[in-house]
Design a protein around this ligand. Structure first.
Ligand code: F6P
Length: 335
């Protein structure tokens, strides 16, 4: 068998553990298996850019951030049917028998499309996918994206550092978080760090209540703002300053964006273990006589992963942008 691995979308910790898990499981479980890395995500399939992987390539990479295979964004894939067709043709011409992908929403759509196109060519070549995105916004009813917990770890470090200064100077910090349209990363990072408030993307924010809360604080306040919230950090700062001024209350407010730092650095234990688990299960799936293209998702190692057709994973109902109500209730109870 000739197996290809592709990492797509934004890089994130956990991708390298996934590459290692798929490759090593394949060498150990699939008879005479060649493992190839597709370079730079979907562009690699478009430009026939691949590299044969050897065991030494996967040594010691589990916890490394980024992806050793590279990943370039390819927004054109959404609209360019010719590119999508060329990808399927190149996949067949490359004589790959199966593809294991980890990536974000765009990659899930591309994987689904590749599978459909292969079928129109009457080719049965499994395309197996798992979510990898710090945003945890890919079919999250079936499992937690690789990279999500690592990004929380990273945020936690930064929120701790900010707290040192906030507390020393009795300051309020308004802190931007990545996460795109989803509230998962800012909210879970906020809970873990004990931040005072997290503004979710679609929230109708009561800034007067926030000003009241700031007023009761002895030393530091950290307010985390989701990436897709429609006001900038500076606009939020101005609104809160205004509300505090009206109360004749004096608080120094600063803004800072955690942004790309959240995506970098080493992988968390949880992301590595899920990557190991999912990669192993994908390869085991390839041993089946008619392995169907599917998304593999897991919330943890140890219980059988969810496995659903790619088209089903793409349904909007397969993903919650907002976090469960009960988690919000817990956060309120922990204030
Ligand atoms: O999807 C992961 C993510 O980090 C989002 O949180 C963010 O909006 C986006 O990628 C940034 O993408 P890029 O690296 O292409 O600017």
């Amino acid at each position: 068998m000739k197996l290809a691995i592709l990492t797509g979308g934004g890089d994130c910790p956990g991708m390298n553990a996934f590459i290692r898990s798929v490759a090593r499981s394949a060498w150990n479980l699939l008879p005479e298996c060649e493992v190839w890395g597709v370079l730079d995500g979907w562009r690699g399939l478009l430009e026939k850019s691949y590299r044969r992987l050897e065991p030494v390539d996967t040594a010691g990479i589990s916890a490394l951030g980024g992806t050793i295979l590279g990943t370039l964004r390819m927004p054109s894939l959404r609209t360019n049917a010719e590119e999508r067709r060329a990808i399927a043709e190149n996949f067949i011409a490359g004589e790959f028998d199966a593809l294991c992908v980890c990536g974000g929403n765009g990659s899930l759509a591309a994987a689904c499309d590749l599978n459909d196109t292969l079928h129109t060519f009457d080719q049965h070549r499994p395309v197996l996918f798992t979510a990898a995105s710090i945003d945890n916004d890919v079919a999250n009813i079936y499992g937690t994206s690789l990279g999500f917990y690592s990004a929380i770890d990273r945020s936690l470090e930064m929120l701790g550092w900010i707290r040192d200064t906030a507390s020393a100077h009795r300051r309020v910090y308004i802190i931007g978080s990545m996460g795109r349209r989803s509230a998962w990363l800012p909210f879970y990072a906020g809970i873990a760090a004990g931040a005072e408030y997290v503004i979710r993307p679609d929230e109708h924010v009561d800034f007067e209540a926030i000003a009241d809360m700031i007023d009761t604080r002895e030393r530091d306040t950290r307010i985390i703002v989701s990436e897709a919230y429609p006001k900038t950090l500076e606009e939020i700062k101005a609104i809160v300053e205004n509300a505090l001024e009206r109360r004749r209350s004096e608080h120094e407010i600063r803004t800072v964006d955690m942004g790309y730092f959240q995506r970098g650095g080493g992988a968390s234990v949880s992301d590595v273990l899920r990557a190991d688990w999912l990669g192993f299960h994908m390869v085991r799936g390839l041993l089946e006589e008619e392995c169907a293209s599917s998304l593999f998702g897991a919330f943890n190692i140890g219980t059988p992963p969810n496995r659903v057709p790619l088209a089903e994973a793409l349904r909007p109902e397969a993903n919650y942008d907002d976090i469960p109500r009960e988690v919000v209730e817990m956060a309120l109870a922990l204030r």
